[in-house]
Design a binder for this molecule. Structure first.
Ligand SMILES: Nc1ncnc2c1ncn2[C@@H]1O[C@H](COP(=O)(O)OP(=O)(O)OP(=O)(O)O)[C@@H](O)[C@H]1O
Length: 251
């Protein structure tokens, strides 16, 4: 059963500061992600990978097309057309989005940031704190940092706090935009194995990694975007080794 079905997704931007011209990022993308499937987006810089993730999370409002999410209750909602308040509610309950940047209130403690994500997913506050502690421990965030404000963290620590918050309880659909870009090998390994476990537990994952090794290890399918269109898709090994596609995913 598909958790996500994208049909005819178009996203263009009007550049008001540059004579109002329009830039197209996505030109009619169709894409499905099933429960327990990890679909990695590949393609050269500017191909539309991040824009696609942002349209699904609704950071960007799609220009046209449908972004259908089958929620845990079985209902199907079109994220492209949903009012903002309902999108905010779904983000708390069903969607996890982890980018390389931590978006958190600067004066909030690390443990609190992660626990609040759990409460937004419907956990009671005590359970959320326990789950937050477990997630931070698993991702190698030293307990001495838990009471500190997120602003004092290094880039790699922020990235792991972000992951802990995005995955405190398994979301139905996890969106990952370069989640390991700032990590050293040991922490990268911890994050990759956590993502693999989530897929194993039935989470649908749609990701962007600029790291071929991570894609080969984690993805069940690769979708290659070129110029805002799907250029190829298939099993990671076959797609990534196809030199004709001139992939520039490893930069
Ligand atoms: N907020 C925006 N305003 C204007 N144009 C944008 C915006 N976001 C993306 N674009 C344009 O959309 C196109 C696709 O960009 P996008 O960031 O989705 O590509 P990408 O495949 O993720 O690239 P990269 O691998 O370099 O991150 C580019 O031409 C980009 O300039």
């Amino acid at each position: 059963m598909n958790v996500l079905e994208i049909r005819g997704l178009v996203k263009s931007f009007t550049l008001h500061t540059i004579d109002g011209r329009t830039v197209g990022a996505l030109h009619g993308v169709d894409l499905d992600v099933a429960a327990g499937e990890h679909v990695a987006l590949a393609g050269s810089s500017g191909a539309g990978k991040s824009s696609l993730l942002r349209c699904v999370y609704r950071t960007y409002v799609p220009t046209s097309g449908r972004v259908l999410l089958r929620t845990s209750s079985g209902a199907v909602v079109d994220l492209a057309a949903l009012p903002d308040a309902q999108v905010a509610d779904l983000r708390g309950r069903e969607l996890g989005y982890v980018s390389q940047f931590l978006r958190a209130e600067p004066r909030r403690a690390v443990l609190d940031v992660v626990a609040r994500a759990g409460v937004a997913r419907g956990m009671d506050p005590d359970a959320a704190r326990d789950a937050a502690a477990g997630a931070l421990r698993r991702l190698g965030i030293d307990e001495r940092l838990w009471a500190m404000h997120t602003t004092v963290l290094s880039g790699g620590q922020k990235q792991r706090v972000n992951l802990a918050a995005g995955t405190i309880s398994p979301p139905r659909l996890l969106l990952l935009d370069e989640p390991v870009s700032a990590l050293d090998p040991v922490n990268r390994e911890a994050v990759l194995s956590m993502i693999a476990d989530l897929t194993g537990a039935g989470v649908a994952v749609l990701s962007v990694f600029h790291d071929l090794d991570a894609i080969e290890r984690l993805a069940t399918r690769v979708v290659v975007l070129e110029g805002g269109r799907v250029a190829a898709e298939g099993a990671p090994g076959a797609v990534l080794r196809d030199s004709r596609l001139n992939l520039e995913v490893a930069r």
